[in-house]
Design a protein around this ligand. Structure first.
Ligand SMILES: [Fe+2]
Length: 348
């Protein structure tokens, strides 16, 4: 039986170095067990099984980012089996909300979609009440930024990966977006470079800050953009993200200014408040010719809501983590299912 191993800092790894050299044989029982495990995870989002899956996928995805897919390797075979099974199960638990039947043109659909994006709970998250009230400590801001940074650093990679499967004409919008992400030709202003001084001002990022919900957003982006099933899910997801980011970041920017940070330190948030709404409109305008029928609308809508739900989850995780840190009596729950999972994969 293949084993999965854990580290204190980053959760569960699919294969260690020795196992990567070993041919993988997964029996039907292994696959069935994994499927049952995934059902258990997605039936209790935020529970320990779900958390374990998110850390595991996160590690797989970082490995893909650093080393590629590993075609013809044991890692590649095992990773595909894991991510394909988990994605199939996750889809069973996604919202089944349908686009209203009276929306028959792409223009009408987009008006409706943008209203739904603006009204999504991610834009009205209670975490922003803490920013508005200036009631976050310096350490809580560091913790927030540390989780934010995980997805911020890799945003451009999702645009680039997704661009591989969209029509040639649509790539123009995506590569314009990448040009902005890289500081419009000034690498010092590339968005990850703008973020680091702010992160360091609050003490820097730590591996142990990373929440499972933060991993889930990265995993969701990878599923929609790197393993895209057609262009519509990624279009909905990435367009919705870009459209909604300014509404969220205005709370953060205003707070950082009120506590006296310089314009240089908050430049990352200034830039995004100014340009991401245009990016979102640009994505949907570029995708408009490919939103032809109601099946297309449904996929775009599903991708948008799935992505915004995952992003709202990041805020849920940060808020819960901050409140747990404020309460010294909090302790994590033990799950008998997780013990079973550890035993099954011989986790150490
Ligand atoms: Fe950016």
């Amino acid at each position: 039986m293949q084993t999965l191993t854990t580290t204190k800092t980053s959760g569960i790894h699919a294969l260690n170095d020795v196992e990567m050299q070993t041919p993988v044989k997964l029996s039907a029982l292994d696959g069935d067990w994994l499927e049952d495990f995934a059902h258990g995870a997605f039936q209790n989002k935020g529970g320990e099984l779900w958390n374990a899956i998110q850390f595991m996928l996160y590690d797989l995805n970082l490995k893909v980012i650093s080393s590629g897919f590993g075609l013809d390797s044991a890692r590649g075979e095992k990773d595909w089996m894991l991510r394909n099974t988990i994605e199939r199960v996750e889809q069973m638990y996604l919202s089944k909300e349908m686009v209203p039947a009276d929306l028959t043109t792409a223009d009408d659909f987009l008006v409706w979609l943008k209203r739904r994006i603006a009204g999504h709970r991610v834009n009205h998250h209670p975490l922003f009440d803490y920013f508005d009230a200036d009631s976050l400590s310096s350490e809580e801001l560091r913790y927030f930024l540390s989780n934010y940074r995980v997805n911020m650093q890799r945003f451009h990679l999702h645009v680039a990966a997704y661009s591989l499967i969209v029509p040639f004409e649509m790539r123009q919008e995506l590569y314009n977006n990448l040009h902005d992400e890289f500081g419009q030709g000034n690498f010092a202003k590339a968005h990850p470079n703008l973020f680091e001084p702010l992160m360091n001002h609050f003490g820097g990022a730590r591996q142990e800050d990373i929440n499972p919900e933060t991993c889930h957003l990265l995993n969701t982006k990878i599923n929609l953009c790197w393993f895209a099933d057609g262009l519509h899910y990624g279009l909905g997801g990435m367009g919705a993200l870009e459209l909604s980011i300014p509404a969220q970041q205005r709370h953060i920017l205003a707070h950082l200014r009120r506590i006296g940070l310089s314009e240089q330190l908050v430049e990352f948030f200034v830039v995004h408040c100014e340009c991401d709404e245009d990016h979102g409109d640009g994505w949907f305008a570029a995708g408009l010719p490919y939103m032809v029928d109601r099946e297309d609308f449904q996929r775009v809508f599903s991708g948008a809501m799935r992505m915004l739900d995952a992003r709202a989850g990041v805020y849920d995780g940060i808020l819960a983590g901050s409140l747990r840190r404020r309460n010294p009596h909090w302790s994590p729950r033990k799950s008998s299912q997780l013990v079973s999972y550890h035993n099954y994969f011989e986790l150490t």
